[in-house]
Structure formats: structure tokens, C-alpha cells
Design a protein around this ligand. Structure first.
Ligand code: SAM
Length: 215
């Protein structure tokens, strides 16, 4: 989680088994608030991290257990895109009180990008995380800053990840093309148009211009 500060109070929303919280403490965070909705998961979190210094464990939904201004940044990771969108919508005042939110949805980031725009939460950075043999997209929101302009047609995988030219981003786009191509083959012909168009746009992003090859 390189987007979270090392030296300021932060929150881990939906902390699950507490791995990220433990990492943030190990990196030297002065305070970490870890929240968890489900009682069973919260119990396990308390067993694992309850005795530690600098950590506050709180049961509750999304940003509700946090006071406005209490932390400067929060991670909301490993949840579905609708859940993250709902958490931000319901905790908008708390979200806006932070300098940065680092979102790592499981999938459908296009939905979450649109939701952020509707909520007026500016997407300012995008990144990739490679965990457990798959890519995850990381969306960084910084209230008060200008949002990256985003044209979904030109940039089907987001304003930055559609165009980054490092090998990680290229590998990510290849993987998305592979998944979308499989999905296309399973989609009835009458409903293929949108996916086919998105795939063409994605392919065009990584086309090598004529004359730039190895010939
Ligand atoms: C897959 S785990 C991810 C844990 C950790 N954030 C990570 O990225 O490794 C998702 C966790 O989010 C919790 N969760 C789901 N909805 C939540 C909500 N509305 N508020 C707080 N926690 C929630 C679940 O109980 C679960 O422990």
C-alpha cells in the first residue's frame, strides 16, 4: 500500500484478517484505526491485533466508525465495487475530511470510477497491485484536488492505466483482453456489441505503429 502515508494516522476499512493493519503498524504508522463489519471477522481481528499498541479496532459499517478528521487517509480494499461505492456515498463527509482514500475493488472499476465522479470524489491516481497471481486496480482519491479527466471511450481501463507504457501495465492490459475475449465468446451474439467495441479500443491502445516493428 505505497499510497498510504507512513507517518500519519490512517484507517484500514474492512480490515479482514488484519494483514494490512499489521503492515501499516510495522511501517511505523503512529495510529491505525481498523474497522470491520462482520462480527466473526471482527472477533478474529481482535484476537490477532487486540493487544497491540497504536491500533484501535472498531466494529461497524464502512466509514461510520471513524470520526470526521480523525485519520488523514484510509484504505478500502478487497471489497466489491458496489460495496465500496456505497461506503463512500454513506460516509461522504468523513471521506471528504481525508487527504487520501486508497480503493482496491475486486472488479468492475469502471463502475467505481463513474460512482466517484457522481459523488464528487476526485480520482487523482491509478495503480496496479499484483497479489495471489492476479492484478488488482488501485484507485486513489484525493478530496480537494482536481480529478484526472476521463473519457471512457478512449481510455476503457481508466485515465492512466489505459495508457501507461511500463511492462506491468502492458501485462495488465493483455490479461484484461484475454478475459474479455473469453467473455465475448460466452456472450450471445445479440449482446456482443459493447464488449466487442471495448475490446477493439483496448487492442488499439497497444498496437505498434507501422514501421516501428523489428523488421
Ligand atoms: C476480502 S476481505 C479484505 C480484507 C482486507 N481489506 C484486504 O484487502 O486484505 C473484505 C473484508 O471487508 C469486510 N467488509 C465488507 N463490507 C464491509 C463494510 N461495509 N464495512 C466494513 N467492512 C466490510 C468483510 O467482512 C471482510 O472482512
Amino acid at each position: 500500500m505505497r499510497w498510504l502515508p507512513h507517518d500519519l494516522p490512517v484507517a484500514d476499512v474492512g480490515a479482514g484478517d488484519g494483514q494490512l493493519t499489521a503492515l501499516l503498524l510495522a511501517r511505523g504508522a503512529p495510529a491505525v484505526v481498523a474497522t470491520e463489519l462482520h462480527p466473526g471477522a471482527f472477533g478474529r481481528l481482535r484476537e490477532r491485533l487486540g493487544g497491540l499498541d497504536r491500533v484501535s479496532l472498531r466494529p461497524g459499517d464502512g466509514l461510520a466508525p471513524l470520526a470526521s478528521g480523525e485519520v488523514v487517509a484510509a484504505a478500502v480494499a478487497g471489497m466489491g465495487e458496489y460495496t465500496i461505492g456505497r461506503i463512500l456515498g454513506q460516509g461522504l463527509e468523513t471521506a471528504r475530511s481525508m487527504r487520501r482514500l486508497v480503493l482496491q475493488p475486486m472488479q468492475r472499476t469502471a463502475y467505481l470510477r463513474r460512482r466517484l465522479a457522481l459523488l464528487g470524489l476526485p480520482l487523482t491516481q491509478e495503480d496496479l497491485a499484483w497479489e495471489g497471481g492476479r492484478f488488482y486496480q488501485v484507485l486513489v482519491v484525493e478530496p480537494g484536488k482536481a480529478a484526472l479527466p476521463w473519457d471512457r471511450e478512449r481510455s476503457p481501463l481508466g485515465p492512466l492505466l489505459s495508457h501507461r507504457q511500463d511492462e506491468g501495465a502492458r501485462a495488465f492490459r493483455r490479461e484484461v483482453r484475454r478475459v474479455w475475449t473469453t467473455r465475448l465468446a460466452l456472450t450471445p451474439p445479440a449482446r456482443q456489441a459493447t464488449l466487442r467495441l471495448l475490446l477493439e479500443r483496448l487492442a488499439a491502445l497497444d498496437e505498434v505503429p507501422e514501421g516501428d516493428g523489428w523488421a
